[in-house]
Write a protein that binds this ligand. Sequence first.
Ligand code: DX5
Ligand code: ZN
Length: 214
Amino acid sequence: MAIVSASILSADLCYLGRDLQRAKDGGADHIHFDVMDGLFVNNISYGLPVLSCVRRYTDMFVDAHLMIVDPIRYIQRFADAGADNITFHIEAASDPDAVIGEIRRVGKKCGIALKPGTPAEAVFPYADKVDMILVMTVEPGFGGQGFIEEMTDKIREIRTYLDAHCPDVHIQVDGGINAVTSAKVREAGADVLVAGSYLFGAADMAAAVSSMRS
Ligand code: DX5
Ligand code: ZN
């Protein structure tokens, strides 16, 4: 069954504890924590102090998605603040192997992300060294954007590669994911589904989570 990850970029940050509880009660598996630095993407979200609060509040698996330049500088601090998984962007790292090594050194799960314009082959050299490949299905930076349909072919291409070389590696998708697009990306081979506006905008979070799995 697909893993559903609730992106708190769409939570009401004045009521973050309440919204973390909504995600847990609604049956989401992970909390997705987007970090934006205003350089790698044209937006600034939140960072270490907020992650520490999330960690104190919930026992859910917390997946940090670092949209920051030169991510190796911050791996230790995001690990200390409570991330269970740390995902960095291949476009932001001059030496992806070094970043993967640093995430392993601090004992965390590791993901590598690629923007819509980055070809699938770019991540192949790192595929067997990570737990997850994050295929961005919108341009990173903002919630509430529309799913880029062409990304299903990229997911399929990566799934074919993983099946041949390292079948246990997950494919995560992030951006414009809802009940309709979940079905498309699962069919193409994604198994970790991030959603922000769809889940937190739903009147019934549990129904929304289930709709992404069925
Ligand atoms: C965008 C973020 C996403 C964002 C997705 O850069 O990485 O995690 O929260 O939002 P939705 O699900 O609203 O597209
Ligand atoms: Zn994200």
